[in-house]
Design a protein around this ligand. Sequence first.
Ligand code: GLA
Length: 529
Amino acid sequence: MKRLHSAPPTLRSTNHLRSSTAIRCASAVAALWAAIGAGCSSNDAFPQASPNGGSAVGGGSSAGASAGNNGIPGGGSTSSGGSPLVGSAGSAGSAGVASGNGGAHDAGTGGTAGTGGTGGTPDGSAGTGGGAAGSSGSAGASSGGGGGTPATAGLGPPMGWASWNTFAAKINHAVIKAQADAMVASGLKAAGYQYVNIDEGWWQGTRDASGNITVDAAEWPGGMAAIADYIHGLGLKAGIYTDAGKDGCGYYFPTGRPAAPGSGSEGHYEQDFLAFSKWGFDFVKVDWCGGDKEGLDAPTAYGAIADAIKKAIAQTGRPLALSVCNWGKQSPWSWAPAISTMWRTSYDIIYYGESADMNRVLANFDTALHPSAQSPGHYNDPDMLIVGMPSFSGAQNRTHLALWAIAGAPLLAGNNLATMNDETKSVLTNPEVIAINQDPLAKQGIKVADSGGRQVYSRELSGTRRRAVLLLNRGSSSASITVRFADIGVGNQAAVRNVWTATDLGTQTTSYAATVAAGDSVLLLVTGA
Ligand code: GLA
Protein backbone atom coordinates (compact mmCIF):
# COMPACT_ATOMS: atom_id res chain seq x y z
CA MET A 1 0.00 0.00 0.00
CA LYS A 2 1.92 2.72 -0.91
CA ARG A 3 1.57 6.20 -0.97
CA LEU A 4 1.13 8.26 -3.72
CA HIS A 5 -1.60 10.22 -4.18
CA SER A 6 -4.29 10.43 -6.36
CA ALA A 7 -3.57 7.55 -8.43
CA PRO A 8 -5.88 7.08 -11.30
CA PRO A 9 -8.76 4.79 -10.66
CA THR A 10 -7.11 2.03 -12.57
CA LEU A 11 -4.13 2.13 -10.34
CA ARG A 12 -6.13 2.68 -7.29
CA SER A 13 -7.97 -0.49 -7.80
CA THR A 14 -4.93 -2.56 -8.26
CA ASN A 15 -3.34 -4.43 -5.60
CA HIS A 16 -1.00 -1.97 -4.17
CA LEU A 17 -3.25 -0.52 -1.91
CA ARG A 18 -4.46 -3.42 -0.20
CA SER A 19 -6.47 -1.12 1.81
CA SER A 20 -7.91 0.30 -1.10
CA THR A 21 -10.17 3.11 -0.43
CA ALA A 22 -8.63 6.44 -0.82
CA ILE A 23 -9.29 7.40 2.73
CA ARG A 24 -7.91 4.31 4.25
CA CYS A 25 -4.96 4.54 2.07
CA ALA A 26 -4.34 8.09 2.86
CA SER A 27 -4.21 7.69 6.56
CA ALA A 28 -2.60 4.33 6.48
CA VAL A 29 0.07 5.57 4.23
CA ALA A 30 0.70 8.59 6.28
CA ALA A 31 1.13 6.43 9.31
CA LEU A 32 3.36 4.05 7.49
CA TRP A 33 5.42 6.78 6.13
CA ALA A 34 5.77 8.24 9.48
CA ALA A 35 6.79 4.91 10.81
CA ILE A 36 9.22 4.08 8.15
CA GLY A 37 10.27 7.47 7.27
CA ALA A 38 9.43 7.61 3.74
CA GLY A 39 11.00 9.95 1.46
CA CYS A 40 12.56 10.55 -1.76
CA SER A 41 14.81 12.96 -3.20
CA SER A 42 16.94 14.27 -5.74
CA ASN A 43 20.43 14.50 -6.43
CA ASP A 44 23.64 16.08 -6.35
CA ALA A 45 25.20 18.91 -7.76
CA PHE A 46 24.32 19.19 -11.15
CA PRO A 47 24.72 22.06 -13.01
CA GLN A 48 22.05 22.71 -15.19
CA ALA A 49 23.92 24.48 -17.70
CA SER A 50 23.43 28.01 -18.20
CA PRO A 51 22.31 29.85 -15.38
CA ASN A 52 20.49 32.66 -16.19
CA GLY A 53 19.35 32.06 -19.40
CA GLY A 54 16.42 34.00 -19.79
CA SER A 55 15.67 36.57 -17.58
CA ALA A 56 13.36 37.16 -15.01
CA VAL A 57 9.99 38.32 -15.25
CA GLY A 58 9.76 41.68 -16.51
CA GLY A 59 12.68 41.16 -18.54
CA GLY A 60 15.46 41.42 -16.37
CA SER A 61 18.47 42.60 -17.77
CA SER A 62 21.59 40.95 -17.24
CA ALA A 63 21.09 37.47 -17.49
CA GLY A 64 24.55 36.42 -17.43
CA ALA A 65 25.20 33.11 -18.62
CA SER A 66 27.55 31.22 -16.70
CA ALA A 67 28.62 27.85 -16.98
CA GLY A 68 27.18 25.42 -14.92
CA ASN A 69 29.14 23.40 -12.77
CA ASN A 70 28.60 22.36 -9.57
CA GLY A 71 26.16 24.74 -8.75
CA ILE A 72 28.46 27.52 -8.66
CA PRO A 73 27.80 30.03 -11.21
CA GLY A 74 30.65 29.89 -13.36
CA GLY A 75 30.76 33.30 -14.34
CA GLY A 76 30.38 33.10 -17.98
CA SER A 77 29.76 36.08 -19.88
CA THR A 78 26.60 37.81 -19.73
CA SER A 79 24.03 38.43 -22.14
CA SER A 80 21.26 40.65 -21.98
CA GLY A 81 18.41 38.71 -20.87
CA GLY A 82 15.01 39.75 -21.55
CA SER A 83 13.64 42.99 -22.26
CA PRO A 84 13.13 45.91 -20.16
CA LEU A 85 10.69 45.89 -17.56
CA VAL A 86 7.37 47.10 -18.04
CA GLY A 87 6.15 47.90 -21.32
CA SER A 88 7.88 46.15 -23.95
CA ALA A 89 7.29 42.78 -25.02
CA GLY A 90 10.05 40.68 -23.92
CA SER A 91 12.21 40.11 -26.74
CA ALA A 92 12.68 36.56 -26.72
CA GLY A 93 15.29 36.13 -24.34
CA SER A 94 18.46 36.20 -25.92
CA ALA A 95 19.27 34.26 -23.06
CA GLY A 96 22.73 34.11 -22.31
CA VAL A 97 23.66 30.68 -22.17
CA ALA A 98 26.87 29.45 -21.35
CA SER A 99 28.31 27.42 -23.88
CA GLY A 100 29.16 24.83 -21.86
CA ASN A 101 32.36 23.99 -21.51
CA GLY A 102 32.95 25.66 -18.44
CA GLY A 103 34.65 23.68 -16.05
CA ALA A 104 33.97 23.91 -12.67
CA HIS A 105 34.07 27.19 -11.43
CA ASP A 106 35.03 28.85 -14.42
CA ALA A 107 33.22 30.33 -16.91
CA GLY A 108 31.38 29.33 -19.78
CA THR A 109 31.76 31.42 -22.69
CA GLY A 110 28.33 32.12 -22.99
CA GLY A 111 26.00 34.32 -24.42
CA THR A 112 24.65 32.50 -27.28
CA ALA A 113 21.15 31.58 -27.07
CA GLY A 114 21.36 27.96 -27.20
CA THR A 115 19.22 25.06 -26.77
CA GLY A 116 19.54 22.29 -24.47
CA GLY A 117 22.83 21.91 -22.94
CA THR A 118 24.00 20.03 -20.07
CA GLY A 119 26.04 22.30 -18.07
CA GLY A 120 29.03 21.48 -16.14
CA THR A 121 29.39 18.65 -13.85
CA PRO A 122 29.39 18.60 -10.22
CA ASP A 123 32.97 18.05 -10.01
CA GLY A 124 33.66 20.64 -12.44
CA SER A 125 34.28 18.73 -15.49
CA ALA A 126 32.90 19.92 -18.57
CA GLY A 127 29.43 20.47 -19.47
CA THR A 128 28.32 19.96 -22.89
CA GLY A 129 26.21 22.07 -24.91
CA GLY A 130 25.16 25.26 -23.73
CA GLY A 131 22.29 26.21 -21.95
CA ALA A 132 19.08 26.85 -23.03
CA ALA A 133 16.61 29.28 -23.46
CA GLY A 134 16.89 31.42 -26.36
CA SER A 135 14.18 30.35 -28.47
CA SER A 136 10.98 29.78 -26.90
CA GLY A 137 11.53 32.59 -24.72
CA SER A 138 9.62 35.53 -25.53
CA ALA A 139 7.70 35.32 -22.54
CA GLY A 140 7.22 38.83 -23.02
CA ALA A 141 3.89 38.65 -24.32
CA SER A 142 1.63 41.33 -24.75
CA SER A 143 1.65 43.74 -22.11
CA GLY A 144 5.20 43.73 -21.39
CA GLY A 145 6.65 43.17 -18.14
CA GLY A 146 6.87 39.60 -18.80
CA GLY A 147 9.79 39.85 -20.97
CA GLY A 148 12.55 37.52 -21.10
CA THR A 149 12.89 33.93 -21.62
CA PRO A 150 12.30 31.42 -19.01
CA ALA A 151 15.64 30.27 -17.97
CA THR A 152 15.25 26.77 -19.02
CA ALA A 153 18.52 25.23 -18.40
CA GLY A 154 20.36 27.42 -16.11
CA LEU A 155 21.14 26.92 -12.52
CA GLY A 156 17.52 27.55 -11.82
CA PRO A 157 15.44 24.92 -10.08
CA PRO A 158 15.04 21.82 -12.27
CA MET A 159 11.96 21.79 -14.47
CA GLY A 160 10.43 18.69 -15.92
CA TRP A 161 7.97 15.90 -15.25
CA ALA A 162 8.15 12.84 -13.02
CA SER A 163 6.17 9.64 -13.35
CA TRP A 164 5.20 9.02 -9.74
CA ASN A 165 2.16 11.20 -9.07
CA THR A 166 0.14 9.87 -11.97
CA PHE A 167 1.47 6.41 -12.66
CA ALA A 168 2.93 5.16 -9.38
CA ALA A 169 4.90 1.98 -10.12
CA LYS A 170 2.96 1.22 -13.29
CA ILE A 171 5.51 2.50 -15.70
CA ASN A 172 7.34 1.05 -18.69
CA HIS A 173 9.02 2.28 -21.85
CA ALA A 174 5.74 3.06 -23.60
CA VAL A 175 4.37 5.10 -20.68
CA ILE A 176 7.50 7.18 -20.37
CA LYS A 177 7.83 7.63 -24.13
CA ALA A 178 4.26 8.93 -24.36
CA GLN A 179 4.88 11.48 -21.61
CA ALA A 180 8.14 12.61 -23.18
CA ASP A 181 6.36 13.07 -26.48
CA ALA A 182 3.61 15.01 -24.73
CA MET A 183 6.16 17.26 -23.04
CA VAL A 184 7.19 18.41 -26.47
CA ALA A 185 3.76 18.43 -28.13
CA SER A 186 2.09 20.30 -25.29
CA GLY A 187 4.55 23.15 -25.33
CA LEU A 188 6.05 22.35 -21.93
CA LYS A 189 9.46 21.80 -23.44
CA ALA A 190 9.29 25.17 -25.16
CA ALA A 191 8.32 26.73 -21.83
CA GLY A 192 11.45 25.38 -20.18
CA TYR A 193 10.57 21.94 -18.88
CA GLN A 194 13.32 19.49 -19.70
CA TYR A 195 13.57 16.50 -17.38
CA VAL A 196 11.60 13.33 -17.91
CA ASN A 197 12.09 11.55 -14.62
CA ILE A 198 11.42 7.87 -14.18
CA ASP A 199 10.42 7.31 -10.57
CA GLU A 200 9.76 4.07 -8.78
CA GLY A 201 8.61 1.00 -10.64
CA TRP A 202 11.24 0.66 -13.35
CA TRP A 203 13.28 -1.89 -11.40
CA GLN A 204 12.20 -4.87 -9.35
CA GLY A 205 15.49 -5.31 -7.54
CA THR A 206 17.06 -7.91 -9.82
CA ARG A 207 20.78 -8.14 -10.57
CA ASP A 208 22.98 -10.43 -12.61
CA ALA A 209 25.80 -12.52 -11.20
CA SER A 210 28.13 -9.53 -11.28
CA GLY A 211 25.70 -7.36 -9.39
CA ASN A 212 24.63 -5.33 -12.39
CA ILE A 213 21.02 -4.15 -12.37
CA THR A 214 18.75 -6.07 -14.71
CA VAL A 215 15.31 -5.01 -15.92
CA ASP A 216 12.41 -6.72 -17.64
CA ALA A 217 13.25 -6.57 -21.34
CA ALA A 218 9.61 -6.76 -22.33
CA GLU A 219 8.79 -3.65 -20.36
CA TRP A 220 12.01 -1.86 -21.22
CA PRO A 221 13.03 -2.96 -24.70
CA GLY A 222 16.66 -2.03 -25.19
CA GLY A 223 17.03 -1.58 -21.44
CA MET A 224 17.08 1.74 -19.65
CA ALA A 225 19.63 3.16 -22.08
CA ALA A 226 17.01 2.98 -24.82
CA ILE A 227 14.51 5.17 -23.02
CA ALA A 228 17.24 7.65 -22.05
CA ASP A 229 18.25 7.79 -25.70
CA TYR A 230 14.69 8.36 -26.76
CA ILE A 231 14.31 11.22 -24.29
CA HIS A 232 17.56 12.77 -25.43
CA GLY A 233 16.42 12.47 -29.01
CA LEU A 234 13.61 14.88 -28.17
CA GLY A 235 16.10 17.38 -26.81
CA LEU A 236 15.13 16.55 -23.24
CA LYS A 237 16.97 15.12 -20.25
CA ALA A 238 16.38 11.85 -18.49
CA GLY A 239 16.03 11.07 -14.81
CA ILE A 240 16.04 7.79 -12.92
CA TYR A 241 15.40 6.66 -9.36
CA THR A 242 16.77 4.38 -6.66
CA ASP A 243 16.92 4.10 -2.87
CA ALA A 244 19.82 4.69 -0.50
CA GLY A 245 19.04 1.48 1.39
CA LYS A 246 18.95 -2.18 0.45
CA ASP A 247 15.24 -2.39 -0.25
CA GLY A 248 13.45 0.50 -1.86
CA CYS A 249 10.02 1.97 -1.32
CA GLY A 250 8.61 -0.56 -3.76
CA TYR A 251 9.46 -3.25 -1.24
CA TYR A 252 7.88 -1.58 1.75
CA PHE A 253 4.97 0.00 -0.09
CA PRO A 254 4.23 -1.70 -3.36
CA THR A 255 2.06 0.46 -5.57
CA GLY A 256 1.17 -1.46 -8.65
CA ARG A 257 3.76 -4.18 -8.66
CA PRO A 258 4.70 -6.96 -6.27
CA ALA A 259 6.95 -6.01 -3.36
CA ALA A 260 10.47 -5.71 -4.72
CA PRO A 261 13.24 -6.77 -2.34
CA GLY A 262 16.69 -5.54 -3.22
CA SER A 263 15.36 -2.50 -5.04
CA GLY A 264 17.85 -0.15 -3.43
CA SER A 265 21.46 0.66 -4.21
CA GLU A 266 23.10 0.10 -0.82
CA GLY A 267 26.20 -2.03 -1.32
CA HIS A 268 26.28 -1.05 -5.00
CA TYR A 269 26.54 2.71 -4.98
CA GLU A 270 29.49 2.99 -7.34
CA GLN A 271 28.24 0.26 -9.62
CA ASP A 272 24.70 1.60 -9.87
CA PHE A 273 25.45 5.27 -10.32
CA LEU A 274 28.03 4.43 -12.94
CA ALA A 275 25.41 2.33 -14.70
CA PHE A 276 22.89 5.18 -14.60
CA SER A 277 25.47 7.52 -16.07
CA LYS A 278 26.52 5.06 -18.74
CA TRP A 279 22.90 4.51 -19.69
CA GLY A 280 22.71 8.23 -20.28
CA PHE A 281 20.74 9.50 -17.32
CA ASP A 282 21.22 13.12 -16.32
CA PHE A 283 19.41 13.11 -12.99
CA VAL A 284 18.88 10.60 -10.22
CA LYS A 285 16.46 10.79 -7.32
CA VAL A 286 17.55 8.74 -4.34
CA ASP A 287 14.78 7.75 -1.98
CA TRP A 288 15.05 6.82 1.68
CA CYS A 289 12.67 3.96 2.42
CA GLY A 290 15.42 1.41 2.97
CA GLY A 291 17.81 3.92 4.45
CA ASP A 292 15.26 5.01 6.97
CA LYS A 293 14.15 1.52 7.83
CA GLU A 294 17.74 0.45 8.41
CA GLY A 295 18.47 3.51 10.48
CA LEU A 296 21.21 4.76 8.20
CA ASP A 297 22.70 8.16 8.86
CA ALA A 298 21.43 10.34 6.03
CA PRO A 299 24.37 12.74 5.64
CA THR A 300 26.73 9.77 5.56
CA ALA A 301 24.70 7.71 3.11
CA TYR A 302 24.00 10.58 0.75
CA GLY A 303 27.61 11.71 1.05
CA ALA A 304 28.71 8.28 -0.15
CA ILE A 305 26.17 8.47 -2.95
CA ALA A 306 27.46 11.89 -3.99
CA ASP A 307 30.99 10.49 -4.04
CA ALA A 308 29.87 7.60 -6.22
CA ILE A 309 28.19 10.06 -8.56
CA LYS A 310 31.35 12.10 -8.83
CA LYS A 311 33.28 9.00 -9.76
CA ALA A 312 30.69 8.06 -12.35
CA ILE A 313 30.81 11.52 -13.85
CA ALA A 314 34.58 11.43 -13.97
CA GLN A 315 34.34 8.23 -15.95
CA THR A 316 31.53 9.10 -18.35
CA GLY A 317 31.89 12.86 -18.61
CA ARG A 318 28.11 13.20 -18.28
CA PRO A 319 26.64 15.35 -15.55
CA LEU A 320 24.34 13.50 -13.17
CA ALA A 321 22.26 15.65 -10.88
CA LEU A 322 21.44 14.28 -7.45
CA SER A 323 18.00 14.70 -5.93
CA VAL A 324 18.01 13.78 -2.25
CA CYS A 325 14.68 12.37 -1.12
CA ASN A 326 14.80 11.73 2.57
CA TRP A 327 11.70 13.72 3.40
CA GLY A 328 13.38 16.39 5.45
CA LYS A 329 14.81 13.92 7.93
CA GLN A 330 18.04 14.92 9.62
CA SER A 331 17.67 18.47 8.32
CA PRO A 332 18.94 17.98 4.77
CA TRP A 333 18.97 21.74 4.24
CA SER A 334 22.03 21.83 6.47
CA TRP A 335 24.10 19.23 4.55
CA ALA A 336 22.47 18.48 1.20
CA PRO A 337 23.23 21.82 -0.49
CA ALA A 338 26.90 20.84 -0.62
CA ILE A 339 26.23 17.58 -2.40
CA SER A 340 23.00 17.88 -4.33
CA THR A 341 20.84 19.89 -6.67
CA MET A 342 17.71 19.52 -4.57
CA TRP A 343 16.57 17.92 -1.36
CA ARG A 344 13.12 17.04 -0.16
CA THR A 345 12.01 18.89 2.93
CA SER A 346 8.88 16.92 3.79
CA TYR A 347 6.84 13.82 3.14
CA ASP A 348 4.92 13.35 -0.05
CA ILE A 349 2.56 15.98 -1.38
CA ILE A 350 0.13 13.22 -2.26
CA TYR A 351 0.05 9.51 -1.52
CA TYR A 352 -1.01 6.72 -3.70
CA GLY A 353 -4.76 6.51 -3.73
CA GLU A 354 -5.38 10.01 -2.43
CA SER A 355 -6.92 12.97 -4.14
CA ALA A 356 -5.01 16.18 -4.55
CA ASP A 357 -5.29 18.23 -1.37
CA MET A 358 -4.51 21.92 -1.02
CA ASN A 359 -3.66 21.49 2.66
CA ARG A 360 -0.79 19.24 1.68
CA VAL A 361 0.41 21.80 -0.86
CA LEU A 362 0.42 24.50 1.81
CA ALA A 363 2.07 22.30 4.42
CA ASN A 364 4.83 21.24 2.03
CA PHE A 365 5.37 24.86 1.02
CA ASP A 366 5.68 25.87 4.68
CA THR A 367 8.18 23.17 5.55
CA ALA A 368 10.32 23.89 2.51
CA LEU A 369 11.20 27.41 3.57
CA HIS A 370 14.89 27.33 4.40
CA PRO A 371 16.05 30.45 2.62
CA SER A 372 19.64 30.34 3.74
CA ALA A 373 20.12 26.85 2.28
CA GLN A 374 19.16 27.88 -1.21
CA SER A 375 21.50 29.24 -3.87
CA PRO A 376 21.78 28.93 -7.65
CA GLY A 377 21.89 25.22 -8.43
CA HIS A 378 20.74 24.08 -4.97
CA TYR A 379 17.09 23.98 -3.99
CA ASN A 380 14.75 23.06 -1.19
CA ASP A 381 12.23 20.63 -2.68
CA PRO A 382 8.63 20.69 -1.44
CA ASP A 383 7.91 17.75 -3.80
CA MET A 384 6.62 17.24 -7.29
CA LEU A 385 3.69 19.28 -8.51
CA ILE A 386 0.10 18.17 -8.34
CA VAL A 387 -1.02 20.94 -10.68
CA GLY A 388 -3.59 19.50 -13.06
CA MET A 389 -4.24 16.38 -11.02
CA PRO A 390 -7.83 15.24 -10.81
CA SER A 391 -10.00 17.31 -8.51
CA PHE A 392 -7.82 20.42 -8.46
CA SER A 393 -9.49 23.62 -9.62
CA GLY A 394 -7.90 26.24 -11.82
CA ALA A 395 -7.51 28.53 -8.81
CA GLN A 396 -5.81 25.78 -6.81
CA ASN A 397 -3.49 25.03 -9.70
CA ARG A 398 -2.53 28.68 -9.96
CA THR A 399 -1.94 29.06 -6.23
CA HIS A 400 0.12 25.85 -6.14
CA LEU A 401 2.37 27.01 -8.97
CA ALA A 402 2.59 30.52 -7.50
CA LEU A 403 3.78 29.05 -4.19
CA TRP A 404 6.47 27.00 -5.96
CA ALA A 405 7.48 30.12 -7.90
CA ILE A 406 7.74 32.23 -4.76
CA ALA A 407 9.79 29.46 -3.14
CA GLY A 408 12.07 28.93 -6.12
CA ALA A 409 11.18 25.25 -5.93
CA PRO A 410 11.85 22.62 -8.59
CA LEU A 411 8.96 22.41 -11.04
CA LEU A 412 8.47 18.73 -11.72
CA ALA A 413 4.99 18.30 -13.07
CA GLY A 414 3.22 15.18 -11.87
CA ASN A 415 0.05 15.23 -13.93
CA ASN A 416 -0.57 13.25 -17.09
CA LEU A 417 0.93 15.45 -19.80
CA ALA A 418 -0.76 13.51 -22.57
CA THR A 419 -4.27 14.21 -21.35
CA MET A 420 -4.04 17.57 -19.58
CA ASN A 421 -6.53 20.23 -20.51
CA ASP A 422 -5.72 23.67 -21.84
CA GLU A 423 -6.16 25.36 -18.51
CA THR A 424 -3.58 23.13 -16.85
CA LYS A 425 -1.25 23.63 -19.77
CA SER A 426 -1.56 27.39 -19.56
CA VAL A 427 -0.87 27.34 -15.82
CA LEU A 428 2.22 25.15 -16.18
CA THR A 429 3.60 27.17 -19.08
CA ASN A 430 2.89 30.70 -17.88
CA PRO A 431 6.11 32.48 -18.82
CA GLU A 432 6.02 35.12 -16.15
CA VAL A 433 5.46 32.62 -13.37
CA ILE A 434 8.24 30.42 -14.72
CA ALA A 435 10.55 33.41 -14.91
CA ILE A 436 9.89 34.15 -11.24
CA ASN A 437 10.56 30.52 -10.38
CA GLN A 438 13.78 30.49 -12.38
CA ASP A 439 15.08 33.86 -11.25
CA PRO A 440 18.84 33.66 -11.23
CA LEU A 441 19.23 34.92 -7.68
CA ALA A 442 17.56 31.67 -6.57
CA LYS A 443 16.19 33.30 -3.45
CA GLN A 444 13.24 31.95 -1.57
CA GLY A 445 10.37 34.18 -0.74
CA ILE A 446 9.85 35.05 2.89
CA LYS A 447 6.71 35.87 4.78
CA VAL A 448 6.55 39.59 5.50
CA ALA A 449 3.05 39.92 6.90
CA ASP A 450 0.43 37.65 8.41
CA SER A 451 -2.91 38.66 9.79
CA GLY A 452 -4.92 35.64 10.76
CA GLY A 453 -3.80 33.63 7.78
CA ARG A 454 -3.98 36.52 5.34
CA GLN A 455 -0.38 36.44 4.37
CA VAL A 456 2.12 38.32 2.25
CA TYR A 457 5.25 36.64 0.87
CA SER A 458 7.97 38.54 -0.93
CA ARG A 459 10.75 37.12 -3.05
CA GLU A 460 13.69 39.23 -4.12
CA LEU A 461 14.32 38.98 -7.85
CA SER A 462 17.29 39.93 -9.94
CA GLY A 463 17.32 43.49 -11.15
CA THR A 464 16.71 46.59 -9.14
CA ARG A 465 14.08 46.57 -6.43
CA ARG A 466 12.08 43.85 -8.09
CA ARG A 467 9.98 41.52 -5.99
CA ALA A 468 7.56 38.73 -6.63
CA VAL A 469 4.82 39.10 -4.05
CA LEU A 470 2.16 36.58 -3.14
CA LEU A 471 -0.99 37.64 -1.34
CA LEU A 472 -2.25 34.37 0.12
CA ASN A 473 -5.58 33.95 1.86
CA ARG A 474 -5.59 30.84 4.03
CA GLY A 475 -8.81 31.90 5.65
CA SER A 476 -12.31 30.72 4.93
CA SER A 477 -13.68 34.02 3.70
CA SER A 478 -12.68 36.53 1.09
CA ALA A 479 -10.45 39.30 2.41
CA SER A 480 -8.48 42.33 1.40
CA ILE A 481 -4.75 41.74 1.72
CA THR A 482 -2.23 44.57 1.58
CA VAL A 483 1.41 44.50 0.67
CA ARG A 484 3.19 47.41 2.30
CA PHE A 485 6.14 48.53 0.23
CA ALA A 486 8.14 49.24 3.37
CA ASP A 487 7.92 45.54 4.19
CA ILE A 488 9.47 44.47 0.90
CA GLY A 489 12.15 47.07 0.41
CA VAL A 490 11.11 48.65 -2.85
CA GLY A 491 10.86 52.26 -1.76
CA ASN A 492 7.75 54.34 -1.50
CA GLN A 493 6.50 54.03 -5.05
CA ALA A 494 6.34 50.93 -7.16
CA ALA A 495 4.89 49.61 -10.38
CA VAL A 496 2.56 46.72 -9.66
CA ARG A 497 1.64 43.98 -12.09
CA ASN A 498 -0.80 41.13 -11.62
CA VAL A 499 1.13 38.17 -12.98
CA TRP A 500 -1.62 35.65 -13.72
CA THR A 501 -3.87 38.19 -15.41
CA ALA A 502 -0.85 39.84 -17.07
CA THR A 503 -2.21 43.23 -16.12
CA ASP A 504 -0.22 46.30 -15.22
CA LEU A 505 -1.83 48.02 -12.28
CA GLY A 506 0.09 51.27 -12.49
CA THR A 507 2.40 52.95 -10.06
CA GLN A 508 1.22 52.67 -6.50
CA THR A 509 2.34 54.62 -3.46
CA THR A 510 3.18 53.05 -0.12
CA SER A 511 1.16 49.89 -0.58
CA TYR A 512 -1.16 47.86 -2.77
CA ALA A 513 -4.24 45.95 -1.65
CA ALA A 514 -6.27 43.30 -3.44
CA THR A 515 -9.30 41.26 -2.54
CA VAL A 516 -8.36 37.62 -2.35
CA ALA A 517 -10.96 34.87 -2.31
CA ALA A 518 -10.88 32.26 0.45
CA GLY A 519 -8.11 29.78 -0.20
CA ASP A 520 -6.90 31.74 -3.17
CA SER A 521 -3.94 33.97 -3.89
CA VAL A 522 -2.82 36.89 -6.03
CA LEU A 523 0.66 36.88 -7.52
CA LEU A 524 2.22 40.28 -8.14
CA LEU A 525 5.38 41.66 -9.62
CA VAL A 526 6.35 44.80 -7.74
CA THR A 527 9.11 47.04 -9.03
CA GLY A 528 10.29 50.01 -7.04
CA ALA A 529 10.20 53.22 -9.00
C1 GLA B 1 8.52 8.09 -1.70
C2 GLA B 1 8.89 9.41 -2.31
C3 GLA B 1 7.98 9.71 -3.48
C4 GLA B 1 8.05 8.58 -4.50
C5 GLA B 1 7.73 7.28 -3.82
C6 GLA B 1 7.95 6.11 -4.73
O1 GLA B 1 7.26 8.17 -1.16
O2 GLA B 1 8.82 10.42 -1.35
O3 GLA B 1 8.32 10.93 -4.08
O4 GLA B 1 9.30 8.54 -5.07
O5 GLA B 1 8.55 7.07 -2.68
O6 GLA B 1 7.64 4.94 -4.07
